[in-house]
Design a protein around this ligand. Structure first.
Ligand code: SAM
Ligand code: DTB
Ligand code: SF4
Length: 327
C-alpha cells in the first residue's frame, strides 16, 4: 500500500492514535510560555511513566560511510567530503563484543546503524545474524538500515528484532530542502512495512537544520498522527558536520529544543521520547530541563554513529545527581 493512504490504515491489533493533531495545535503548544509548557508536559509524563526512569540505548555503527543518499546533515553521505571515512560491514564477533560491553555498562537496548539507502539481501542476512546474537545476550535489539524492500521487515522480525529506527527527520514541507535523493513518502512506506511486520517503530527527527517553528510543529504532528504513534521518538539536535551543506548552520536556541521535547511528550503521551544527538554539547542543566519536559530515553555510550556522545562517567554522575534510574 502506498504511503498516501497510510493515515487511513488501522487494524484491530494496531489501534489508531487517540487523536489527530493539527499543525496549528502543535504550534500553539510551542507558543505557550515555556514554564507552562513544561508543567503541562510533565503532567502528561507523570500520567504514563515513572518520572525518574530513563531508558538507555547504546549505538554502534556497523557499516560506516559511503552512503548514496544526499541528506544534508549527514557525515556518511558519499557526496560530501567529511572525516567519517568508509568501512565495510563489521564482522559479527566485533558487534557481539560491543553489545556485551554495552550491556555490562547498563544499556538495555543495542542499536546497530548502517549507512545504506537500504540493505541488499546478502547484507541483510549478515545483519540478521547480528540481531540473533545480540538478542541472545538478553538485550533489546534495534537496527537502522535505511529503506526496506518487501519481505525484509518480516525477516528482521523473525530474527528477533524489537525496534526499527527510521526517522521522518523533518517536516514533509521542508524535507526536499535537505534531502533530494528520496522523499518523505519513501520514509512513510518503510515505517508502514515495519509496523505491519509487528516490529516496534522508532521514528523522530532532527531540529536545528534551518527549519521554521511551524516546520518543527509539522514534524511533531506527522509523527503523532501516524496510524499508531512510534513507540520511541528520538529528537536529535543537529550536530553540524564540516563538509556537509549544513556545516555552518547557526545553532538553535536550546529552549526551542526543550519545547520540541515537550511537544513530543504531550502529543505522544505513551511513547518513549529520546534525547538524542547533540547531548554532548548540552549542559547537565539543559538535559535536566529536557527530562522535566518529558524526555525519558537517551543514547548511552561514548559514541553515536560517527560523532561523540557524553562519556558514560559523565552520564553516570548525571543520573546520580538527578536521582534517575536506568530502565
Ligand atoms: N541510513 C539510515 C537512515 O538514514 O535512516 C540509518 C542511519 S542515519 C545516520 C540515522 C539518523 O541519524 C538519521 O535519520 C538522522 O536523524 C540522524 N542523524 C544523522 N546525522 C545527524 C547529525 N549530523 N545530527 C543529528 N542527527 C543526525
Ligand atoms: C537517531 O535518531 N539518532 C541516532 C540513531 N537514531 C541512529 C543517530 C545520531 C547520529 C548523529 C551523527 C553521527 O554520529 O554521525
Ligand atoms: Fe546518512 Fe542515512 Fe542519509 Fe545515508 S540515508 S546519507 S546514512 S542519513
Amino acid at each position: 500500500m502506498h504511503a498516501s493512504s497510510l493515515a487511513a490504515v488501522s487494524t484491530a491489533a494496531q489501534p489508531v492514535s487517540a487523536r489527530r493533531w493539527t499543525v496549528e495545535e502543535v504550534l500553539a503548544l510551542y507558543e505557550m510560555p515555556l514554564l507552562d509548557l513544561i508543567w503541562r508536559a510533565q503532567g502528561v509524563h507523570r500520567e504514563h511513566f515513572d518520572t525518574n526512569a530513563i531508558q538507555r540505548s547504546t549505538l554502534l555503527s556497523v557499516k560506516t560511510g559511503g552512503c548514496s543518499e544526499d541528506c544534508g546533515y549527514c557525515s556518511q553521505s558519499a557526496r560530501y567530503d567529511t572525516e567519517a571515512g568508509r568501512e565495510r560491514l563489521l564482522p559479527l564477533d566485533e558487534v557481539v563484543s560491543a553489545a556485551r560491553a554495552a550491556k555490562d555498562k547498563g544499556a538495555s537496548r543495542f542499536c546497530m546503524g548502517a549507512a545504506w539507502k537500504g540493505p541488499k539481501d546478502n547484507d541483510l542476512d549478515r545483519v540478521l545474524d547480528m540481531v540473533r546474537e545480540v538478542k541472545a545476550l538478553g538485550m533489546q535489539t534495534c537496527v537502522t538500515l535505511g529503506m526496506l524492500k518487501e519481505g525484509q521487515a518480516e525477516k528482521l522480525k523473525e530474527a528477533g528484532l524489537d525496534y526499527y529506527n527510521h526517522n521522518l527527520d523533518t517536516d514533509k514541507e521542508f524535507y526536499g530542502q535537505v534531502i533530494k535523493t528520496h522523499t518523505h513518502d519513501d520514509r512513510l512506506d518503510t515505517l508502514e512495512q515495519v509496523r505491519d511486520a509487528g516490529i516496534n517503530v522508532c521514528s523522530g527527527g532532527i531540529i536545528g537544520m534551518g527549519e521554521s517553528r511551524r516546520n518543527r510543529a509539522g514534524l511533531i504532528a506527522q509523527l503523532a498522527n501516524l496510524p499508531q504513534p512510534p513507540e520511541s521518538v528520538p529528537i536529535n539536535n543537529l550536530v553540524p558536520i564540516p563538509g556537509t551543506p549544513l556545516a555552518d548552520n547557526p545553532p538553535l536556541d536550546p529552549f526551542e529544543f526543550v519545547r520540541t521535547i515537550a511537544a513530543a511528550r504531550i502529543t505522544m503521551p505513551t511513547s518513549w521520547v529520546r534525547l538524542s544527538a547533540g547531548r554532548q554539547e548540552m549542559s547537565d542543566e539543559l538535559q535536566a530541563l529536557c527530562f522535566l519536559a518529558g524526555a525519558n530515553s537517551m543514547f548511552y555510550g561514548d559514541r553515536l554513529l560517527t560523532t561523540g556522545n557524553p562519556d558514560v562517567d559523565r552520564d553516570d554522575r548525571l543520573f546520580a545527581r538527578l536521582g534517575l534510574t536506568a530502565v
